[in-house]
Design a protein around this ligand. Structure first.
Ligand code: SF4
Length: 455
């Protein structure tokens, strides 16, 4: 691959000897990367970016975001060898550039998440490191001289007090920059402006650096896209291209092909579990099956594999589907037309693959047609139907509005997460990524509630 060791004199030491672990990702020098690391590093960084995306869509405040980003980074980007941490950082960034350069929508998402990541990592550095990083960005700004500082000191202190910050010795370092370079500080009225220049305190330089970082990365993504379409895609069509193409839609959690420990379910419990613990997509399919005694192929696959992941054994699954389908078409027709499909899902027919239940991403991106009941209700239901279904699940009117707000902004999994939290009265920080995860987490919560009420 075309990756990657920092072009800086060392991965972490700047001109004046200050140590930083934060690369600027200016260019991707040639470096041999094992194919498995290429993918694994990218997946780890993707977990960080997806966590950030989740935090932002949940409307977390800046201090909560700061904690979230640093925790995500620590959890996912660690490496046994500390010397490898910087390499993993740079390699994963450039792999994901390839993944996310390919459409306008992907570029926008990646740009926004990487910028947020960089912002909080920069803020976590010491003042010395921040100054060294600024020098590396080649920003043409110099710290304001003592004489100039004295002439505007009172005004600067007024602004600092007005935005509720206390002054420290490092705040005595100010940079003078054209005000259009720090739009977020100007919009928030957080800087003193004089003759078209904004006076930026050291603890505000992150805004300046972020503008540079975003603009550089945005241009780089467009260039990478050109290289990808004109050259790399063809050259790498058998090796890297399939990995790159799969990464942007990859599901990063467990596959739930096995039920959780001791979690086999029997037919007599299934209605109760459907009512208490199925996510809306499966609850809807289950109810339609009970009403119509039939589901089309997409519905049979989505619900059938989910039930397998929940712990329904093959014999019970056959009995369950037969009981419903035979009410409409007779048992013989079921055995002839549908039993094969059920056994196939359990790896007992055809290629004998043990198929895995569908994750949310796959269900959300499906395209149910007329008469189909599969898909994700948050994406595929009309607003009216969704409101009615959520009310039937017991979601109160306030949380229901929050759910609908997420749906309008196309955050379907987050809408499902808020539903989970409203129904169970318990938080789900990891977010809902898989219907079986929803069901397992729900069962765990209900079991622990039950055991604490019957000690
Ligand atoms: Fe099902 Fe996932 Fe949609 Fe929730 S977000 S309803 S679990 S597909």
């Amino acid at each position: 691959m075309e990756a990657v060791r920092s072009q800086r004199k060392s991965s972490s030491v700047s001109n004046n000897g200050v140590v930083s672990k934060l690369p600027l990702y200016r260019s991707a020098p040639p470096l041999e990367v094992r194919l498995e690391d290429f993918e694994l590093y990218a997946i780890d960084r993707l977990r960080v970016l997806k966590g950030i995306s989740d935090g932002l869509s949940r409307g977390k405040k800046p201090d909560e975001m700061e904690k979230l980003v640093l925790d995500l980074w620590k959890t996912n980007m660690k490496n046994q060898h500390s010397s490898e941490v910087v390499n993993k950082d740079i390699i994963s960034h450039f792999v994901l550039r390839l993944v996310y350069c390919r459409t306008e929508e992907l570029r926008k998402w990646f740009l926004s998440m990487e910028t947020t990541l960089f912002r909080y990592r920069f803020r976590d550095e010491t003042t010395e490191v921040q100054r060294a990083l600024m020098a590396e960005f080649d920003l043409p700004y110099k710290a304001v001289s003592n004489a100039e500082y004295e002439s505007v000191k009172d005004k600067l202190n007024q602004v600092i007090r007005a935005i509720g910050q206390s002054t420290t010795s490092t705040d005595a370092i100010f940079y003078k920059v054209p005000f259009e370079e720090v739009p977020e500080l100007v919009a928030g009225r957080k800087v003193f402006i004089q003759k078209g220049n904004a006076y930026i305190a050291m603890n505000q330089v992150v805004s300046l650096v972020i503008t540079q970082f975003r603009s550089h990365l945005s241009k780089a993504l467009v260039l990478t896209n050109r290289k990808w379409t004109s050259m790399i895609r063809e050259q790498e069509k058998d090796r890297l291209a399939p990995i790159i193409e799969a990464l942007s839609t990859s599901y990063l959690g467990p596959d739930y092909s096995q039920p959780r420990e001791h979690a086999e379910i029997s037919l007599k419990d299934i209605d109760q579990i459907a009512k208490s613990s199925f996510p809306l997509c499966m609850r809807h399919l289950f109810q339609k099956l009970r009403e119509d005694h039939h589901l089309k192929h997409g519905g049979r696959m989505q619900l059938g594999l989910f039930l397998k992941g929940v712990g329904l054994k093959l014999d019970d699954a056959l009995a369950f589907w037969r009981a419903e389908f035979s009410r409409k078409g007779g048992a013989e027709r079921f055995d002839k037309e549908y039993a094969y499909g059920i056994r196939h899902n359990y790896g007992k027919e055809g290629k004998r693959t043990d198929y895995t239940p569908y994750c949310c991403q796959k269900i959300i991106s499906s395209a149910p047609g007329v008469g189909d009941h599969h898909g994700c209700p948050y994406r595929h239901f009309s607003e009216e139907n969704l409101r009615a279904a959520l009310t039937r699940m017991g979601v109160g009117s306030r949380p229901l509005e929050d759910v609908m707000d997420k749906v309008r902004n196309r955050h379907y999994q987050l809408a499902c997460t808020l539903t989970f939290e409203a129904v169970h009265g318990s938080s789900c920080d990891a977010g809902v990524n898989h219907p079986n995860q929803y069901c397992n987490d729900s069962q765990r919560i209900l079991e622990s509630k039950k055991s604490s009420s019957n000690p």
